[in-house]
Design a protein around this ligand. Structure first.
Ligand SMILES: [Fe+2]
Ligand SMILES: [Fe+2]
Length: 188
């Protein structure tokens, strides 16, 4: 999965700073982190797998070869959740095994080292290395759709974003589909 991510990214993203961004990603736990603590792809490597799933859905369902920019579609899908690098840690709890003996069992929990939000944090982290187009930044910022904290608190900015930038709608749809239709949702 890691190889596939890097290969796709290198081939399709050639913008200045992209190599530095990749280098930084490799220095984090991005390629081993889960995609969530228990809701979807909650296992080692789940995050990179989820990012590739979103990329596949976005390209398969929403990419128009004649009109759309492959670099933009690759950036927003592969990088939308990089805010989850350095976000999860493994802890242990005691659980009885099949022989009735207590055992230490690992589980994921959140330890956000840089609490800057979700979509907004991904945008910030990317921008430290590589410039985003407005459309890309907006798409990543609002990829959570109605699950976004400020959207839930009543912000209308998301409606303006979706009206102005179709890519933002497409990324949210691809994220939803990958998460709810293609990924393992049972507790790991
Ligand atoms: Fe997300
Ligand atoms: Fe996601």
């Amino acid at each position: 999965m890691k190889d596939k991510f890097i290969e796709t990214f290198r081939k399709q993203v050639t913008r200045r700073g992209s190599e530095k961004l990749l280098e930084w990603l490799e220095s984090t736990d991005f390629f081993t982190a889960p995609a969530s603590t228990r809701f979807h792809a909650a296992y080692e490597g789940g995050l990179v797998e989820h990012s590739l799933n979103v990329y596949e859905v976005l390209i398969a369902k929403h990419f128009d070869v004649d009109k759309d920019d492959l670099e933009s579609f690759t950036i927003v899908s592969l990088l939308h959740d990089i805010c989850k690098a350095g976000f999860y840690i493994t802890e242990y709890r005691n659980k009885k095994n099949e022989y009735g003996e207590w055992e230490k069992v690992p589980y994921y929990t959140v330890d956000d080292k840089f609490p800057y939000g979700h979509g907004e944090k991904s945008v910030f982290l990317i921008e430290r290395f590589m410039k985003l187009k407005f459309e890309e930044a907006v798409a990543i910022r609002w990829h959570m759709g109605g699950f976004d904290d400020s959207a839930r608190a009543g912000s209308f900015a998301i409606a303006n974003a979706y009206e102005k930038y179709p890519l933002a709608v497409k990324l949210h749809l691809a994220d939803l589909e990958a998460t709810y239709l293609h990924e393992n949702r049972s507790e790991g």
